[in-house]
Each structure stands twice: as structure tokens, then as C-alpha cells.
Design a protein around this ligand. Structure first.
Ligand code: SF4
Length: 386
């Protein structure tokens, strides 16, 4: 399991001497489809976008070219549907943490009918066909997830079908098998940080999420259950971001080497202040340029993986992150259960809302082409089937 390797990986990162002298050679290697080593990826991440402008630009250009070659500027729409804001966890950076009793966090657990209204609105009225069901760590609603997946598929089937993903908490192999049998298409789960000393501080107490090893090994349980499309990611800014991105890529390489599963989606979240969070910011939050660098290096490492572009970021930055295509693009984002049609409030974190009607033409005017009926299984994108 990957958890057995994490300590060694940390030691390897600490022992590396990164330098940017060889960046051009590394980029040439990548363009010819050669695999990049741990150290080479670290060297790319070490570029200072402010001081090494030419190298930074070269990395962005290489990322764009590699993406363009495969995806030809196509992006893949997705929409989150928050189902529950109840949570037993203590994550210090989140509004939904259990100790947050602020009145603005109205805890909501959608009923089946309410969830139906939310999904119908996004699918029927907005034309979105890939739905990410998002939950706090809420044991009361977990048994209902199979019904939610079936419900979402039933609605999507009325418009020719689509995909349903979950973003919840780690499960057992058996639980994943059940979810897969009900029609689960893919799973995203963010590790937050791979650096254990930070992870421990950010997730205090003895809650399930405090168990770093169980979380980091979750992908291997998904794979054992037969789930092939996985989303891994870090929340940039919780800990030194270069180390986290390097660890993330090493985790992806481990999964590919051991299971021949290439990561389908990479979560590219960046810490943003949420009113009820204990941590509003840290010295580790990457700047816009550093964030672009991290995502570009990942694109060079694994061009077929889709960065999950989300509305924590401004539209202009999202466009830069999507250069060349081959990215998920979030439309109509609400991080509130019932935030679309039920008029609820109490967000997990503040987001922009790129309404599909308004932002589709804007996206197209930037040269990007959204493919609404994309599907991992139907080969609508030249990825995923390896
Ligand atoms: S990050 Fe997730 S698990 Fe942690 S408090 Fe927020 S909703 Fe709960």
C-alpha cells in the first residue's frame, strides 16, 4: 500500500537538491514522450515564475502544446451537487467542520425529493451531464448514496445519459463494490496534504479523517473494487506546495506502476478563506503564477489526466489553467446543499458561479470547446482507455 512508502518518499524529497539548470533538457524529454524522474519533476517545480520568466513561460508553453496535441482545446463540463453539510470532521480550513456553530452554517441534509429537484435543474435546465455528488462526512446519509447515484442516473438517462461521481470520504472495498454496482462512474478524493506533520495538525482528534494512512490508501481499495477512474489531488496552500505536488505525482506513478491505472482527474484546489474556518491562510499558498506552474508541470508529467478546474478561482485564471484543453470545467457552482433551486445558504467555501448560459460563449471566445456529453467509457475523449 502507498502508506508504507510515504515516509521513504518524504526522505527522498528532503534529500534532493533541486535546480533549474536542466529545465530545457527536461522539457525536450517530455515532448518526446519520455518519462520524467522524481528529481526532474522537482526541478521543473523549482522554477521561480517571477525570477525565471523564460523558463516559466517555456513550461507553460510545453504544457499547452502537450494538451493541445491530445485534446485539441476540448474541455469537459462538470457540476458539483452538495447533498449534506453535516460533518463529523475537524478540518481546520473548512466551514463545515463540526465545531463551527456559526448561524451562517445552517446544516442541511437534502431529502431525496430535494436532491431530485437540484439535479433536474442542472440537467434539464442547464444541460449539464456529469454530476459530482458532494457530501460532508455525514454517517447518516452515507447509506443513501447508492439511491442518490441511481436517482442521478435516472435523470441523466432522460437526456441520453451521463456520468455520476462522488466526493465523500474513504470507504471499504465492499462499500465501493456496492457503489460501483449502482452505477458510480468515478470517485474523487483529495488527500489535502501528503506531509504528515501538517496533516496531523490540520486534522486533529481521532476522527476517521485523522487516519492519514487509511485515506492515502483509499485509491487502492477503489481499484480493488473495480473502479478505474480516479481523481487524486491536494489542497495547495495547506503545507509547502512544491512538496505536495511532487508527492501527488509520485502517488500517481505508484498507482500506475503497481496497478496500471493512470489517474483520470487531478484536483487542483487552492486554499481560500472560508468564514468559519480556523485557518484562513498560510505562508504556503502558491501565487497565481506558482499555481499555474504546478498545474503545467502536472500536465507535462501526465498530459492525459484532466485537471479539475473549479470556481474557487476567477474565470480568467480558469482559462489559463485550461490552456490546450483536457480539463474538467465547472459550471454553475454552488457549495451549499440546496443552493441551486431551494434557495439555501451556508457555503462550504465561497465560489464564483459560472452560469452555463452566460459563460459558455465566453469559454468559446477563448478558443475552448466544451463537450457536454463526455464520458470515460464511451471514448469521447482520447484518454482513459489505456
Ligand atoms: S473538508 Fe470535508 S471532511 Fe473536512 S470538515 Fe470540511 S466537509 Fe468535513
Amino acid at each position: 500500500m502507498f502508506s508504507e512508502y510515504v515516509r521513504k518518499m518524504e526522505e527522498r524529497i528532503s534529500s534532493l537538491n533541486f535546480n533549474t539548470a536542466s529545465v530545457e533538457k527536461i522539457l525536450e524529454k517530455a515532448k518526446f514522450g519520455e518519462k520524467l524522474s522524481f528529481e526532474e519533476l522537482g526541478n521543473l517545480l523549482s522554477v521561480d515564475p517571477e525570477k525565471e520568466v523564460d523558463l516559466f513561460t517555456e513550461i507553460l508553453n510545453t504544457s499547452r502544446q502537450m494538451k493541445e496535441k491530445i485534446f485539441k482545446d476540448k474541455v469537459f463540463p462538470i457540476v458539483p451537487v452538495y447533498v449534506s453539510s453535516f460533518c463529523r470532521e475537524h478540518c481546520k480550513y473548512c466551514n463545515y467542520r463540526i465545531e463551527n456553530k456559526d448561524k451562517m452554517i445552517k446544516r442541511i441534509r437534502l431529502t431525496f425529493d430535494q436532491l431530485q429537484k437540484e439535479i433536474e435543474y442542472l440537467v434539464m435546465k442547464k444541460g449539464l451531464k456529469v454530476v459530482e455528488l458532494v457530501y460532508g462526512s455525514d454517517p447518516k446519509i452515507i447509506p443513501e448514496i447508492p439511491d442518490h447515484i441511481r436517482l442521478a442516473h435516472k435523470i441523466l438517462d432522460k437526456v441520453g445519459g451521463g456520468m455520476v461521481a462522488i466526493n465523500v470520504e474513504p470507504f471499504t472495498v465492499e462499500e465501493y463494490r456496492i457503489l460501483k454496482a449502482t452505477g458510480l462512474d468515478f470517485v474523487v478524493l483529495w488527500q489535502e496534504t501528503y506531509q504528515q506533520e501538517y496533516y496531523k495538525q490540520l486534522h486533529p482528534d481521532e476522527t476517521p479523517k485523522a487516519n492519514f494512512n487509511y485515506r492515502v490508501d483509499d485509491f487502492e481499495r477503489m481499484i480493488e473494487a473495480g473502479i478505474k477512474n480516479l481523481g487524486l489531488g491536494v489542497l495547495s496552500g495547506l503545507a509547502p506546495w512544491r512538496k505536495d505536488w511532487l508527492s501527488l505525482m509520485e502517488h500517481e506513478r505508484y498507482l500506475f506502476d503497481n496497478y496500471e491505472i493512470r489517474t483520470s482527474i487531478v484536483g487542483i484546489l487552492r486554499l481560500k478563506p472560508a468564514a468559519g474556518a480556523l485557518i484562513q491562510s498560510t505562508p504556503f499558498v502558491p501565487s497565481d503564477k506558482e499555481f499555474l506552474l504546478a498545474v503545467a508541470v502536472h500536465n507535462i508529467f501526465s498530459p492525459r489526466t484532466l485537471p479539475f478546474i473549479n470556481t474557487r478561482e476567477k474565470f480568467d485564471l480558469c482559462i489559463h489553467l485550461a490552456k490546450g484543453g483536457g480539463a474538467l470545467f465547472t459550471f454553475n457552482c454552488s457549495t451549499i446543499p440546496g443552493g441551486y433551486v431551494l434557495g439555501e445558504d451556508g457555503y462550504q467555501f465561497p465560489t464564483y458561479d459560472f452560469d452555463v448560459n452566460e459563460y459558455l460563449p465566453k469559454l468559446q471566445s477563448k478558443g475552448l470547446t466544451p463537450i457536454f456529453n463526455w464520458n470515460f467509457e464511451k471514448n469521447h475523449i482520447p484518454t482513459i482507455r489505456y
